[in-house]
Design a protein around this ligand. Sequence first.
Ligand SMILES: C[S@@+](CC[C@H](N)C(=O)[O-])C[C@H]1O[C@@H](n2cnc3c(N)ncnc32)[C@H](O)[C@@H]1O
Length: 245
Amino acid sequence: MTTEYDLIAADYLKSKVNPIKKYSEEFTFFQVLGNVEGQSILDLACGDGYYTRQIRQAGADPVIGVDVSAQMIQLAREAELKHPTGIRYEVADVAALGQLDTFDGVTAVYLLQYAGDAAALRQMMQTAYDNLKPRGRFVTVSGIPDLTPEHIRVQAQYGAIINLLGPATDGTRIETTLKTPGGEVRFHNHYWSQKTLEHLLHQVGFHTLTWHPMAVSPEGYRLYPPPFWSAYLEYPGITVLECWR
Ligand SMILES: C[S@@+](CC[C@H](N)C(=O)[O-])C[C@H]1O[C@@H](n2cnc3c(N)ncnc32)[C@H](O)[C@@H]1O
């Protein structure tokens, strides 16, 4: 099966230079994740392993990355061949993955909004839960739930054109176009409300959920002074969600 990311894999990597990704998404995710030294981590929707490698570099071991796109996993395996770190990568749909093992932490930098219906969404959450040790933690970067027109307007200022392809209700398709150096990359996912996300996360067994506000790294503030960040921090397009088993 060819997935959308099989077709855009190389172009998606170019979006990593966007200051929002580099100095806020990455910074906030690792701030919330904290010290992973010696922890076993399963990285879901790992893509080409951009975050998986950083998690391994931060001392997590073992680390496994899973993605539904064979092309993304091919890029991840090529990077691993070039600079072996011991990360294992698997091609699989997270909704159908089941339990690989039990891990201290499960991560996913963008996953839940790729669920096309509530059953798939719940199944992705179940996979995260089932792969965690008791008192383990699922940390995920996700599109902001309850996306408003103001969020959409502000994201455009920062190079992300978000097009809600229907009413702002659960499951509605979203088309996102990210500006990249010399071009753009387009992909599709889905709108989910905070209420539905929280309801399903509790249903699969997670007991404490924390929605972390986005932050900006000191380097981000040095390179782009505070006025650059103000609209983004007020109406961010993404959030970091932490869920305890
Ligand atoms: C926005 S990319 C993020 C990749 C990586 N986490 C990163 O931040 O660089 C989203 C990824 O989710 C993957 N994905 C979407 N639906 C998935 C599913 N059902 N199971 C596993 N991976 C999925 C895509 O193939 C893609 O690689």
